[in-house]
Write a protein of this length. Structure first.
Lengths: 347, 347, 347, 347
């Protein structure tokens, strides 16, 4: 059994990790750390775990956790894990970091988007960007995984085959993303009150969202050229679900079947990626509660554009599920172990 | 492996049966019947089953299904299963009927509430009311299970210990119930359009809902006297979830701890029943996606009343989950096999 | 023109007052006070008022407001207005207090439910309980109105004719109430985050909600005997709307038409009360955005109970709308002036 | 008083017309026609009109309606009004058609997108496209108004100043639109059931939505060149509200203030258009229940793109409200008469 610790266990992503890991056949959940709930029983914080998880939360102490666990998931706010993680800890334990601290390779890019120096430049190169479908081989050998952002996961999976094949004009990419409210985490903020979110749609952080450099880094690496994207996130009054609508100009006059074949080549063996049929676009309700990413696309002859739509459950494939998928890869387990849950519809 | 057939596989309850049974370790899903989708692949109807269930639907033919299955779940509209099921079919296959056709024992009561004669009086006595926590022993020996209504399940589980102990005034019971919209099934009806349900609360079928005689039958049996209840269902704009608020006058001046002990005695060994702590009332979000029923109560000294609140996921413990729990009992499997899913929060 | 000031102008009820009063033909909105938004332009806080209300908020200073206004609405948290209001202020300005501070007549009852002494016993008797349909004549002469609670308004309007006529058993009344989330105000509290409320139903403050003594006081006064009720509020994931389901035992064997006549006698001339037809129950969507209260009922012969269902928009008839209705009465205007908005459906 | 008739009075747009027109000071609502509800009282169909509108519906007979009304609103499914309307009718009565029948000027374009010949080519040129802010002068003189589509209204108002000024690259425009469910009307369709829409996000009719040619026609006219756009609509689980996110490449290196000035020049005198401040994007909740269109934008220096976000209430500025605005213009009334309602927040 793999001994697991979670730091930041009482946020939405932390709770999702607990839920998935408790149902994982090869995992023993050892330590749940939550600075705000020290000595609280887990099921007193989240009543859905009643009679299921009575572990008492401890404080955040990575050193001591490293002694008792084989792998630690860090589901903390941004800016903390880069302070906590050290080379010596990584010698004792594998780390899967769900914050954005180790996702960007370039210190300069980091500074530009985060308006501060990176706390831990030494480990930047050690960290592997844990988009499983893209980095599987590196993940296997890594001890430090930077688990991708929710928007980034959905966006990159939509665009990966097109950029790897170099068939899309590099400067033409626009991503219009829509996310449920849990993407904001379990944080006390006026704008996330029910009365403020419900029955409304809004855009936010257009041109400035911090998943932009993360997506650009991966797309640039894939295509071998510098990719600059426009990315506009929107808040939608649902609990879970991300839908990304991606626009790009095709370099040549492809037809649907040719592109379809490219997607199938890239994703045929991918358990968690499902391609919709021609004329069908994915809907978030059909992936909710699961680690799937559904992708569909169409070609607009009139404008020469391709439009790709992808959906994920932001808390699962966009966070906790992919983190567990990374763990499975790192420990040489079946990649879908503990992650085969069928999407729950209606939710 | 238990070979399973489902008739009415393309309603919400049918889809929930498919989802649960596909994840059940001892089940082989053999036949999905749906009169409206003959020859359609299941995942073309419900896209959440993409790459998971490509079984082709067949027409409703109970005779032929009986030859290939060990148990058949009937998730049909009311009034059909009582026509289809015969003694000779029951010799070949076990049946779990999710409609209301076999829930009432009395032909007279049936006629009064359904305004028609029962189609199949002969089998009425053969059928066992499949509220697992109450009828476990009879279920074991039965070949025909009348799976309880969603409201009935939640209500009876709230009141069972109190009526079995005879500590509540028989004519004092009022149940005010709230249900999510999927309780109405996947039926095309103006009143279930998003624009009509969303952002609204309404009562319906007050004094006339057909779960009333079903609840009264069980409560009367439990208490040994005729129980007449007031039952008022309400429609709430959520997908899943039932919450029942039950009111009754206590015969004596009990305090909280005494009643708590009664509940614990009745439910201590029940895997799927969870009692909340003093001062905490259950919420539907904490049982969603699971087969749990959470129950909490308080005593109002000023009025001598006890108020009990229960919650279930209407499609699981209120329908498909309990049906599978019944199957587990009938086939002598662990009662919670395939049903241990942790409630998913936030949903 | 009536010069109006609002203290607590930046909560949900305050904003609703602003919206209604700006559209009132006889009102000049003079002062908006909000301790947290001093010097902020109102439309920078609530963007719906863009190009409509650019008044700058001032601090809470009742003394100085009293000099510039004919009437002041206090939409503050409970416990403040009883400190602020004095006899000398009431000589200068009329006050409509939307908090609970002046709703209870009895100091003892107040202490029992609020666990503290009342701050201002002297004015308790001066204040008139502003349920317009019940207290119209007293309101006319009053300078201090205690605007009723949202639940209380809906509940009392449902029960008023029955208790005034004395046809319902005094100790038999149970009210099961359902409210949208804005009833909790615009307060930063984990339990009101979208992710916590959405897709869930819960009961709260059963047996202990502070509208209980308020309802009991009015029903007792109406019936001439001490009425003790059971009242159970529930939180429903909609923005606006309260639905109360009221249960009581009839003293005699009335039929529907007799009770209907009683309601019609009491409410025939009431502009804001609408009775549904036999067999039809009110829905919150049909009163949203308006000052109406819709009421329907049925009689259950089997149990001798009457079940009455009432709905209001909690922010309008349950708060700001009724407050303006009170103002209209106090200033001898048409009672429905500025309040004739047709309910907006679909909302 | 203007005598008004409405054909198709019992859809969502019809009901919204009734609601607005009943509150319009210069309108007498004479005839409500609804083929499915002949002889039904209007408030028996929509209970929000109880005690407010008891007009009995009549059948659809444009000839006879034309004799009794000064203006008729047609809120019918597409393809009907082009059959009903004739030159002789237009001599007797003004018509505001809310369907798409008269929006496209070109018979060829119509045929391409609607896959059928237009029923009434003679009147195509007579009809004025009723986007009030754009066509005010033509509307004044017209007797036949083609009221714009909901998406088209929001999109064109976002882009109008930029295209009129010619500062955006013609082939660079992408519109990603999000709409609430009432946009689909009150039609019985499985995909609009609550259980199918709630808690889900989906794209639909990408590259094929019929508002595309309508938008292109207006934008091309504005810019004097052929504009071809990409337009992707999405369904969002809210009742009301459209948000359009518009992307385009700027021809030159403008900064924010320059573009802001352009918008202000175009919209300074427009009552219903509100520009948000720098850094603020509009939200649908702040226009709900009103005829406003809120617009905000940002410039992305990195990509040379401008991103414009617009919001409207799809049933008001996107349909019934704009139709009444057209009526006001045609009858030389204040353009905002009966349309000054303040957006209702929280809704």
């Amino acid at each position: 059994m793999i001994r697991v610790g979670i730091m930041g266990a009482t946020g939405y992503v932390g709770a999702e990790l607990v839920r998935i890991l408790l149902q994982h056949p090869k995992v023993e959940l050892k330590i749940l750390a939550s600075q705000n709930h020290i000595r609280c029983k887990y099921d007193s914080i989240f009543e859905n775990f009643k009679k299921i998880c009575e572990i008492k939360c401890v404080g955040n102490n990575l050193e001591s956790m490293a002694k008792e666990a084989d792998v630690i998931f860090l589901a903390l706010p941004h800016g903390i894990s880069s302070i906590l993680i050290t080379e010596s800890i990584l010698e004792k334990v594998k780390i899967i970091d769900l914050s954005s601290d180790f996702r960007l390779k370039s210190k300069e890019v980091y500074k530009k988007w985060y308006k501060t120096e990176h706390h831990n430049r030494d480990l930047l190169n050690k960290a592997v960007y844990g988009l499983c479908e893209l980095k599987r081989e590196s993940i296997k050998k890594s001890t430090l995984i930077a688990n991708p952002g929710c928007y980034s996961t959905c966006t990159i999976l939509c665009l990966l085959p097109l950029l790897a094949e170099g068939i899309i004009k590099e400067n033409s990419i626009i991503i219009d993303a829509k996310s449920g409210i849990t993407g904001a985490g379990r944080t006390l903020n006026l704008e996330f009150l029910f009365g403020e979110c419900n029955e409304s749609i809004k855009a936010y952080k257009i041109t400035s969202h911090r998943h932009i450099p993360e997506i650009e880094q991966q797309l640039s690496e894939l295509s071998g050229t510098d990719i600059i994207i426009t990315f506009s996130p929107h808040l939608i009054p649902v609990n879970r679900g991300i839908l990304t609508t991606c626009y790009g100009k095709l370099k040549n006059n492809f037809d649907y079947e040719e592109i379809k074949e490219i997607y199938e080549n890239y994703y045929f063996y991918e358990y968690f990626i499902r391609l919709t049929k021609k004329g069908v676009f994915p809907e978030t309700k059909f992936v909710k509660g699961s680690n799937y990413c559904d992708i569909g696309f169409t070609i607009e002859k009139r404008t020469g554009r391709i439009i790709i739509v992808g959906v994920i459950d932001n808390l699962i494939k966009g966070a906790a599920g992919q983190a567990v998928q990374n763990m499975n890869i790192m420990f040489d387990l079946d990649e879908n172990m503990g992650l085969k849950t069928i999407p729950i519809f209606p939710t």
